[in-house]
Design a binder for this molecule. Structure first.
Ligand SMILES: [Zn+2]
Length: 123
């Protein structure tokens, strides 16, 4: 089994007002730099010798980046509560049908050493 990964970054604003106590710092509008890593598992196909075509992966990731970058996450369908957990799962759900072998989505928030990993329904 081989695992390949690709990264992309995006900048976005959000707030969690209504989901955190009044006065909580996350309730105020603010922004982050997000770094996303997606992992695909599989065996290299005999014809190409690769698990997946990185150009194909990149096409999907750039489309997704276009939806997220310099956007206000609360306005995106499915991200009305834009926690790190929900963002990670949202990215997984958007990519799962398009990227066979998708195994793991990891999202890092800023440079604060925080992140989230989602592996879908995989056992
Ligand atoms: Zn935040």
């Amino acid at each position: 089994m081989i695992e390949v990964f690709k990264e992309f970054t995006f900048e976005a604003a959000h707030h969690l007002a209504g989901n955190v106590p009044p006065g909580h710092p996350y309730s105020r509008l603010h922004g982050h730099s997000f770094k996303v890593e997606i992992f695909l598992r599989g065996e290299p196909d005999p014809k190409h010798g690769w698990v997946a075509d990185f150009a194909e992966i990149d096409r999907h990731l750039q489309r997704l980046r276009g939806e997220l970058d310099h956007n206000y996450l609360n306005d995106i369908e499915g991200l009305q509560v834009p926690t790190l957990e929900n963002i990670t799962r949202w990215i997984w759900n958007r990519l799962h049908d398009e990227l066979p072998g998708l195994h793991r989505v990891l999202v890092r928030r800023g440079s604060c050493g925080e992140g989230c990993i989602y592996t879908g329904m995989a056992a």
